[in-house]
Design a protein around this ligand. Sequence first.
Ligand code: WTA
Length: 647
Amino acid sequence: MGNNLGFESTDTFLVEERVFSPSSDTVENANIMQYMKSKGFTDYDAFHKWSLEHRFEYWDDLAKELHWFEPWQTTFEWTTKPFFKWFSGGKFNPVYNCLDRYMETPTRHKVAFYWEGDDGSTRTLTYEDLYVLTNRFAKGLQNVGVQKGDRVAIYMPAIPEQIAAVLAVARLGAIHTVVFGGFAASALRDRIIDSQVKVVITADGNYRGGKHIELKKITDEAVAETPTVEKVVVVKRLGTNVAMTAGRDVFLDDLLADVPADTVVPCEPMDSEDILYILYTSGSTGKPKGVVHTVGGYSVGVYATTKFVFDIKESDIFWCTADVGWVTGHSYIIYGPLMNGATGVLFEGTPTYPAPDRFWSIVERFKVTIIYTSPTAIRGLMRFGEEWPAKHDLSSLRLLGTVGEPINPEAWMWYRKNIGHDKLPIMDTWWQTETGSIMISPTPIMPLKPGSATKPLPTIDTDVVDKNGVTVGSERGGFLIVRHPWPSLMRTIYGDPARYQTYWDTIPDVYFAGDAATIDKDGYLRIQGRVDDVIKVSGHRLGSMEIESSLVSHPAVAEVAAIGKPDELKGEHVKVFVILKNGFEPSDELAKELKLHVRATVGPLAVPDELEFTPSLPKTRSGKIMRRVIRAKELGQPVGDTSTLDG
Ligand code: WTA
């Protein structure tokens, strides 16, 4: 994988000794406790040990809570290691479990989503409303030729039609690939090309922090260079005039004009191992990886983790603040909550617009009971002071969550004090696009330590090891690994199975996806961050190589190295070192132009905060830039093994 396992330091966090125990009420009523008791346990560690020996029983139990058109024959099998299957032989469709199965129950009239736009407008959709919209959408897609197995790209803002688009595609047994609305045209184009997308669903534009984003224009730019796209479906969000290419582009309104409200497009009964979606994420090469998730295993994984980690109850109002363009949105805005029959909140805007109490105002108005957000959002809001959350009645909340990056104990304590009023449990959830669902996290029954994601969920067999796979023991740093596949683990990288294999080859025979961790004497894990060339900016994954390839495509640039540097607010920010071509001189203007170039080719997230012109970069004898050495020097850390360094 060309990955440099240069992890050496273990002192990213001060070890936080405070422990917060859950109330006996919370423990008694927790969904996980009900399950544990059914197996004869009340102690989590003992139960977890049992689950490692009975992982198929556990997953069978959870899978049986969902509707299968036909039951599976084999719970788990290796095909050719490291490729595997879960629930093979089963026929399933997650959308049936998200919508159809409630149509004969009271959930039909329950709110599926409270939606709030950036501009303050609101919509409320019951499960029935979402069912109707999804069925009509599915019919419309069928009418433009979408069939089982086709790839459909979704490049949209957070509006109810985005959710319906995802569900409509999955209903037909087609494969969705959602692209985050903040990505630039070339990033969208590359993803469309890689998965040979047939239909793109977008919007005329959207509002973000009071500004207009012209999504259709960006889509046009991308689609101009993608031979496979036959149709572009455009949802009206702004109602602005957008250019429509005759024969290719169609407004959703027109597509659905003749589709009656009682239209039902039956859910396609999919094989458990059929592809549900492809979601692109950054790795250590310039090309994003199309992570493949399947129908059966993924669904069971997100269903179970939503139930046990967020402890969803009938009366909950669950707000995951992520964007559907990231895996968190797929799993915990759409599939997990809907399969649990929960009421969700969908928000189009940003935490600070029009004021830094937007989040807390939403919590108060919709009586949110569970909020799931990122450490970056918490740190960002912390900066504005305690008076902003204090303005709102947050008493509806009962559980808090975070995801996407390590949470520093200070931010954890602020969250607990100001949002959780010194009593609510915080679920610090560790997982990845590849893992599909939460892997390491407390459940509400666990004593908590600030800055620790605590312990692995049932059946998840994690360890902290050295590069040969040997356990390093407590209080020492090492690589975080998982020993056995679980249902929601990706099946492959789309079109590139060799790249999937590297996850199991880097450290022999175990799943390794690039994080370092420490484990304390109580078995509590602290995730330290990435040890490969992935940079986490505000919890979003960026590849060093993606930023570098963007910059070398600029005429002035000869060579570049991009690294992540610790950032108080964003977790990490990007710094680039640039060698200019002969004939170009360093200047502030050029630096500005280069940053704009990254914005235009990758997207605003990837724009470097720091740019340094340099005459040379440390390289290996074979000419590979040693980012690890550059980073260590930049941070004043020991450079480590430089035996392959040139000169
Ligand atoms: C990081 C996001 C520390 C980690 C769901 C991982 C975390 C990467 C946590 C995956 C956490 C995620 N504590 N680090 N609770 N959650 N990470 O694919 O480095 O966007 O490998 O998935 O985020 O990022 P991805």
